[in-house]
Design a binder for this molecule. Structure first.
Ligand SMILES: *[C@@H]1O[C@H](CO)[C@@H](O)[C@H](O)[C@H]1NC(C)=O
Ligand SMILES: *[C@@H]1O[C@H](CO)[C@@H](O)[C@H](O)[C@H]1NC(C)=O
Length: 343
């Protein structure tokens, strides 16, 4: 088992013995303009997303128990029928054309088809968390953000510029090493690609499964961070697991600076037309079966190994897909990012 290097690199926890840490891969089930959280029923939605998880994903997802609606998942833990999604990254060539940047599996998760690495963590102080309830959904970040601020305040968005192939420079927590980390898109070529990290709020009002902005029913800690055991505000007293996404963008085919825009600016643009990275965001619809997630958070699960959870191989996970709801090209050399977004 590769647990020791995982501890040393990807998980960085100081007192891991006190925490349950799930870290697993979820393969792509769709890349298209659909967003059942922010733009339910709108096809196509304003910008492209990459979606992973259960096959109940659609332009509209009923706010009932999603684990009852889906029959398969692209994630390692087969009781996790949740959906997770983020914006996509595009490369803008010097001639003004765009090309979608492919994704690769994360470290130690070979076999996943692109997609998202999902983490659920219980507090390092050994404290309890309450798992999400059926119908729960939330949004982290703001697609319209273009300046520092927003959720960068909680280190909730971070980019790592791998300085060599095979996750070169991958040490320490996200945003802990200014040599490889930044809160905006890196301003130089990254020989091993770019990793995006998105941390979700960890405090809940204890009542609402959603809210009009998909954010006000949850909150980041009142001070500090989840990792530093920062307290939840009195308005949102219920401590949730720390949900975190990582996405590895394989930018290596685009590192030739002669292809970069003539003004020397970095060439990557998120699908909402964001070339800063501050608008990186993540969407979540909870869909674990029964109390599987709660039990896992109370046990000593670690990485992609958890004896209270059922697992499946990537071969099985990669069979789970959904029917596309749009037929536009999201992958070729494009004059505009789908939806007419430009950076
Ligand atoms: C899952 O299976 C049920 C029962 O066979 C079926 O009604 C439903 O449409 C399936 N859902 C999906 C998302 O395929
Ligand atoms: C723009 O540049 C890219 C990269 O060199 C190339 O593959 C693409 O065909 C070009 N597009 C046009 C419209 O010239």
């Amino acid at each position: 088992m590769l647990l020791t290097p995982i501890i040393a690199t990807a998980l960085w926890a100081k007192r891991l013995d006190a925490a349950a840490v799930l870290r697993f891969g979820c393969s792509q089930i769709a890349i298209e303009r659909v967003d059942p959280l922010v733009n339910p029923g709108v096809v196509p939605s304003p910008h492209v997303h990459q979606i992973v998880g259960g096959n109940a994903f659609a332009a509209t997802i009923p706010s009932t128990d999603v684990s009852q609606l889906a029959n398969c998942t692209s994630c390692t833990f087969s009781e996790d029928l949740s959906n997770y999604w983020t914006a996509n990254m595009y490369f803008r060539a010097r001639n003004g054309s765009y090309k979608r940047v492919p994704q690769i599996p994360n470290r130690y998760l070979d076999g996943a088809k692109g997609g998202i690495t999902v983490y659920y963590t219980s507090p390092y102080d050994g404290g309890k968390v309450t798992a999400f309830k059926p119908g729960f959904r939330m949004l982290a970040g703001d697609a319209a953000q273009r300046t520092k601020g927003g959720i960068t305040k909680w280190n909730a968005i971070c980019f790592r510029c791998y300085n060599a192939k095979n996750f070169g420079g991958d040490t320490g927590a996200p945003c802990s090493d200014s040599k490889v980390d930044s809160v905006e898109l890196p301003n130089k070529p990254c020989p091993g690609g770019i990793r995006t990290t998105i941390r979700f709020p960890t405090c809940w009002d204890g009542k609402s499964l959603d809210s009009p902005d998909h954010q006000s029913h949850v909150s980041y800690p009142a001070s500090g961070t989840f990792e530093s055991s920062g307290p939840c505000p009195s308005t949102h007293p219920v401590r949730l697991p720390q949900l975190m996404y990582e996405v590895i963008w394989d930018t290596t085919a685009f590192n030739d600076k002669s292809l970069w825009p003539a003004d020397g600016k970095q060439p990557f643009v998120f699908s909402q037309g964001d070339d800063t990275g501050y608008g990186q965001h993540g969407d979540y619809i909870f869909g674990w079966k029964g109390d599987a997630l709660q039990k896992a958070m109370e046990g000593s699960c670690f990485g992609a190994t958890c004896n209270t959870l059922k697992s499946q191989s990537y071969t099985e996970a990669n069979k789970c897909t959904v029917k596309r709801e749009t037929d536009e090209d999201v992958d070729g050399w494009l004059q505009k990012i789908p939806g007419g977004m430009s950076g």
